[in-house]
Design a protein around this ligand. Structure first.
Ligand SMILES: NC(=O)c1ccc[n+]([C@@H]2O[C@H](COP(=O)([O-])OP(=O)(O)OC[C@H]3O[C@@H](n4cnc5c(N)ncnc54)[C@H](OP(=O)(O)O)[C@@H]3O)[C@@H](O)[C@H]2O)c1
Length: 264
């Protein structure tokens, strides 16, 4: 397949790295030329990658083009391009709806919004997409756990949940710095923290559809230290804040809130 990307930033780099490392047979990828240092480095590393002379060439030489510019740049970037009938287009752009994307890329066919995350560079982590699409799902299957939904509000919800990446690392930083403050060697603090979280995360990747309450139970020995810390975090509203924080992020995704809105 001839695949093109308009916008070669953090997420495109992650996705194309995953795809190239997966050595997907018959895949050739054309990158837009802006961010030339990144595009050039990628194309030097992987034979399947090439850098186009301009954005229009990406469209003209691809069967499927993925849009991955920042939301605020999208209208200007897309408005300058000539989308042909028969071209398929998908988008990583978090905050622009399918209806709006179809309007901007017509007469090309908009086939879906896709929500990847940076770990796909290492061929792990989820990619959610809406609507379900066999071609896109097959493309991303070698690098991610692919989740397909028909309801666009659910895709916004998946996008919202991906905002937990930085808070997750903040939790690790909080853990490691607490150990450092007790005189633990910084390397040991990071090694212990990273290994603890990786070890327990592995338990969560065998989905049952019944949620994770069973794992909570399994890890909260009666009257033990896990039970106590969980009890205190629950009482402090720590998990309630995560739920209301996700509500806020989803509202922002859907244009009902802005960066200036807070939980207070
Ligand atoms: N990062 C994530 O984890 C993630 C996950 C899912 C979805 N997304 C979505 O993916 C999109 C890109 O995110 P990102 O984090 O990769 O952003 P980013 O690192 O800022 O990348 C955007 C890229 O688009 C380039 N660009 C700007 N104008 C352009 C033009 N006229 N032609 C071609 N390229 C142009 C930028 O170049 P300059 O730097 O030179 O302006 C930059 O390299 C966003 O819409 C975001 O919502 C991101």
């Amino acid at each position: 397949m001839n695949l093109g990307f308009i916008g070669v930033g953090t997420i495109t780099e992650a996705v194309v790295t995953g795809l190239c490392e997966a050595e997907v047979p018959g895949l050739s990828i054309l990158l837009s030329p802006r961010s030339i240092d990144r595009s050039r480095k990628l194309s030097e590393r992987y034979a399947a990658l090439e850098v186009a002379t301009d954005n229009q060439q990406v469209l003209d030489r691809s069967e499927l083009v993925i849009l991955a510019v920042r939301p605020q740049d999208a209208a200007a970037v897309l408005g300058a391009l000539d989308f042909r009938r028969g071209l398929k287009v998908a988008s990583f752009i978090a905050t622009i709806s399918s209806a709006e994307m179809q309007r901007q890329v017509g007469p090309a066919e908009f086939i879906g919004r896709v929500a990847p995350v940076p770990p796909v560079a290492r061929r792990t982590g989820p990619i959610a997409m809406c609507p379900p699409n066999r071609k896109l799902a097959d493309l991303f299957d070698p690098i991610a756990t692919v989740i397909q939904v028909s309801d666009e509000a659910q895709l916004d919800a998946f996008f919202s949940v991906s905002a937990l990446m930085a808070p997750y690392f903040e939790l690790l930083e909080s853990t490691s710095s607490w150990l450092r403050a007790r005189g633990v060697d910084p390397v040991d603090a990071d090694r212990y923290t990273g290994s603890l979280f990786r070890g327990i995360a592995e338990k969560s990747t065998q989905p049952t559809g019944e949620g994770f309450a069973g794992l909570v139970e399994e890890h909260a020995t009666r009257a033990g230290i896990n039970e106590q810390l969980r009890r205190e975090l629950l009482a402090a509203g720590f998990y309630d804040r995560i739920q209301s924080g996700l509500d806020l992020i989803q509202a922002r995704m859907q244009g009902r809130a802005t960066l200036d809105d807070t939980l207070e």
